[in-house]
Design a protein around this ligand. Structure first.
Ligand SMILES: [Zn+2]
Length: 222
C-alpha cells in the first residue's frame, strides 16, 4: 500500500498493547488524525526519541486498509519554543486537542501560530495569548471592540457567560476599555506589559470560555 507523508504536530500518545502507541497528530494537510506507532515503547525503537510534542515532525505512514494507518518513519525538526516555555506549550497542545477533533481539517497552522506567540512572550502572558488565539481561530470568542450579540461598539462592555455584552444585551462584570485595548495590543506586540490585576481578569475570562464550551480549564500554576 502506498506511503503517505505530512508535516505534523503531536497532540497526545496513548499506550496500546504492550509496546505500541496510538498517536494523535495535527497534520498540515491531513488535519487531525491518528496513527499506530508499532513497537514505539520498546527501548530500541527509532520512534522513541522522535515522537515528541512541541516539535515539528515529518511523518511517513502506510494507510490502513480500513482503519488507522501505521507510522513508518518520523523525522524530528526543531523545537517550536525555548524549553523554558515547554509547560505552557503542552497546555496549548491540551487545548488544541479539545478544539480540533478527529477529521477536522484545521489545527496544524493554528497550533503552530499559538506556539510562536507563546515563544515570543514572557511565560505569564504567553500562555494566555496562545490560548486566546486558539479560541479566536475556533470561533469561540470575538473581537473586543464590540458586543458579541448585537455588534454595537459601546464603551461599557461587560463579561457574562463567556461573552462580551453591551448594556442592552446583558449585564455582567465590566471589562474596561484599557483591558480590552491591552489584550488586543498583546496579541500583536511582544513589548506590551499587562498589570497583575488585568492578567487575573483576562485569565478568568479565558477559563470561563473553556468551561462554558465543556473544555478543561488551563492549569496556571506559575
Ligand atoms: Zn449588544
Amino acid at each position: 500500500m502506498a506511503e503517505l507523508q505530512d508535516n505534523a504536530l503531536l497532540l497526545r500518545r496513548v499506550a496500546y498493547g504492550d509496546t505500541s502507541y496510538i498517536v494523535h497528530f495535527l497534520g498540515k494537510t491531513q488535519g487531525r488524525f491518528t496513527l499506530m506507532a508499532r513497537g514505539a515503547r520498546r527501548p530500541k525503537s527509532p520512534f522513541r526519541a522522535s515522537l515528541e510534542p512541541l516539535h515539528e515532525l515529518h511523518l511517513t505512514w502506510r494507510a490502513g486498509r480500513t482503519g488507522m494507518g501505521t507510522l513508518t518513519d518520523v523525522e524530528r525538526g526543531g523545537m517550536c519554543m525555548d524549553t523554558s516555555h515547554s509547560l505552557e506549550g503542552l497546555q496549548l497542545c491540551a487545548v488544541a486537542a479539545q478544539l480540533f477533533r478527529d477529521g477536522d481539517p484545521h489545527g496544524f497552522d493554528e497550533l503552530l501560530r499559538a506556539f510562536k506567540l507563546l515563544a515570543e512572550r514572557q511565560v505569564d502572558t504567553g500562555l494566555l495569548v496562545g490560548v486566546w488565539q486558539l479560541l479566536s481561530d475556533s470561533g469561540l470568542i470575538g473581537p473586543l471592540d464590540h458586543c458579541w450579540q448585537c455588534a454595537s461598539a459601546a464603551d461599557d462592555l461587560a463579561w457574562q457567560h463567556a461573552e462580551l455584552h453591551c448594556p442592552d444585551c446583558g449585564g455582567g462584570d465590566a471589562v474596561s476599555v484599557g483591558l480590552r485595548r491591552t489584550i488586543a495590543a498583546l496579541m500583536h506586540s511582544v513589548t506590551v506589559r499587562m498589570s497583575a490585576r488585568d492578567l487575573t481578569m483576562w485569565q478568568a475570562m479565558i477559563q470561563d470560555v473553556l468551561r462554558q464550551h465543556g473544555l478543561k480549564p488551563m492549569n496556571v500554576c506559575r
